[in-house]
Design a binder for this molecule. Structure first.
Ligand code: TRP
Length: 363
C-alpha cells in the first residue's frame, strides 16, 4: 500500500471531566507528540458512541461531558491547528467498518479480552442474566471491535494509550492481520505507545486508593480552581506511619511522592526549575525523598511543595480554559471541523475496504 504516513489516533470516553491522572497518563504526552512535528496527522477522538455502550439510559451525561472533555483537551494544549478533535458518533463509516470486522472476531475471543472481562465485572454485567445482575449489552460486548474500526479508519500507525488499553490494541492488530490476510493488504497495522514513566501510568487517588475516580471523590480535575486544588493537596493521604516529623517515612506507596514523581520527577523537563524555585534545599526529587525516608521532613512541607508544583502545571491550563469558555460556539466549531476532516479520511478507508472485499458493486 506504500502508506508511509505517521498517524496518531487516540481518544477518551466522555463520561466525566478529565483529571490530573488523565493529564500525566496521556494528555501531556499527546501535546508533546503534537508539538514534535513528527506526525502527518493527529486524530483525537471523543468516543461518545463507545461511552453509550454502557450508558444507554443516560445520554445527557455523555452530551454534557463531550463539551467538558473538549474543553479539557483544548485547555491542556491540544491545538486544533495541529490535531483534529473529532466526535466518534458523527463518523458514519465507523459502524459500517465495525459490522465487517465483527465477522472476523469470535465471541469467544472477545470474552477472553481481559479489559472487557474486568469492565463487565465492575459494571455488574454478568454472563447470565439473573435477579440481581444485569446481562451484558451486545454493544458493550462488541466495543473492542468498534475500537478497531476507530483505529483503522484513520490509518493510525501509533495509538498512545494507557496500559489498560493494551488488550484493545492487541485485538485491533489481530483484526488488521485477519482482514489483510483474507482481502489483501488494506488496513494499516497500528502500534501501541504506552506512557513512559511508571508514576504517570496510574496516578492514585488523593485518598491513596489505587485509582482516581469520580465516585470516590478522590480526583483533582484539570478544571479545578486554585483553592480546590490546594485543599485537596493539603488533605491528601500520605504515609500513615509517619506520625512525627522526625519519624522515618515511606515514599513508595505514598501518593504525595507519586504525584511529585509524575510532575517533578527526573524525566520532567521543568523539574530543576521547580526545585530551584519552590524547594531550594534539594537538588531534585531523589534528595527530597531521601530526607523523608531518613526522617526530619514533615508532610506539610512536602505537600506545600506539591501544591506549588501542581499550580505551576495547572495555571496555564486554567488560563486557556477561561479563554475557550468565553466562546463555547467556537469550541463546537472546532469539533465540527475536526469531525469533518476525520469523516473524509474514514470515508476513504471505507471505500478501500469495500473494494478489497469486492462489495463495491457500482465501481
Ligand atoms: N477505550 C478507550 C478508553 O476507554 C477510549 C477509546 C475509544 C479509544 N476509541 C479509541 C482509545 C481508539 C484509543 C483508540 O479510554
Amino acid at each position: 500500500m506504500g502508506n508511509r504516513k505517521k498517524v496518531i489516533l487516540t481518544g477518551d470516553r466522555p463520561t466525566g471531566k478529565l483529571h490530573i491522572g488523565h493529564y500525566v497518563g496521556s494528555l501531556r504526552r499527546r501535546v508533546e507528540l503534537q508539538n514534535s512535528g513528527e506526525f502527518d496527522d493527529i486524530f483525537i477522538m471523543i468516543a461518545d458512541a463507545q461511552a453509550l455502550t454502557d450508558n444507554a439510559k443516560d445520554p445527557g451525561k455523555i452530551r454534557e461531558n463531550l463539551l467538558n472533555v473538549a474543553l479539557d483537551y483544548l485547555s491542556a494544549g491540544i491545538d486544533p491547528a495541529k490535531s483534529h478533535i473529532l466526535i466518534q458518533s458523527m463518523i458514519r463509516p465507523l459502524p459500517e467498518l465495525t459490522a465487517y470486522y465483527m465477522n472476523l472476531v469470535t465471541v469467544q475471543r472477545v470474552r477472553r479480552n481481559p479489559t472487557v472481562k474486568s469492565e463487565m465485572k465492575m459494571r455488574g454485567f454478568s454472563e447470565e442474566e439473573s435477579d440481581n445482575e444485569e446481562g451484558t449489552p451486545v454493544g458493550f460486548f462488541c466495543y473492542p471491535i468498534s475500537q478497531a474500526a476507530d483505529i483503522t479508519a484513520f490509518d493510525a500507525t501509533v495509538v498512545p494509550v494507557g496500559e489498560d488499553q493494551e488488550p484493545m490494541l492487541e485485538q485491533s492488530r489481530e483484526i488488521v492481520r485477519r482482514f489483510n490476510g483474507i482481502y489483501g493488504e488494506t488496513l494499516v497495522l497500528p502500534d501501541i505507545m504506552l506512557p513512559g514513566n511508571k508514576a504517570s501510568r496510574r496516578l492514585p487517588g488523593t485518598d491513596g486508593t489505587a485509582k482516581m475516580s469520580k465516585s470516590l471523590g478522590n480526583c483533582i480535575y484539570l478544571s479545578d480552581d486554585e483553592e480546590t486544588v490546594s485543599k485537596a493537596v493539603m488533605t491528601m493521604y500520605t504515609d500513615p506511619t509517619h506520625l512525627k516529623v522526625s519519624d522515618p517515612g515511606h515514599t513508595d506507596d505514598n501518593p504525595v511522592f507519586i504525584y511529585l514523581e509524575a510532575f517533578a520527577g527526573e524525566d520532567n523537563p521543568d523539574a530543576k526549575a521547580l526545585f530551584e524555585e519552590y524547594a531550594p534545599d534539594y537538588a531534585d526529587l531523589n534528595e527530597m525523598e531521601e530526607h523523608y525516608r531518613r526522617g526530619g521532613l514533615g508532610d506539610v512541607k512536602v505537600k506545600r511543595f506539591l501544591n506549588s508544583v501542581l499550580q505551576e502545571s495547572l495555571s496555564p491550563i486554567r488560563k486557556r480554559r477561561a479563554e475557550y469558555e468565553k466562546d463555547i460556539p467556537a469550541v463546537y466549531e472546532i469539533l465540527r471541523e475536526g469531525t469533518a476532516y476525520a469523516e473524509a479520511t474514514a470515508e476513504r478507508t471505507l471505500s478501500r475496504v469495500r473494494k478489497a472485499m469486492g462489495i463495491d458493486y457500482f465501481g
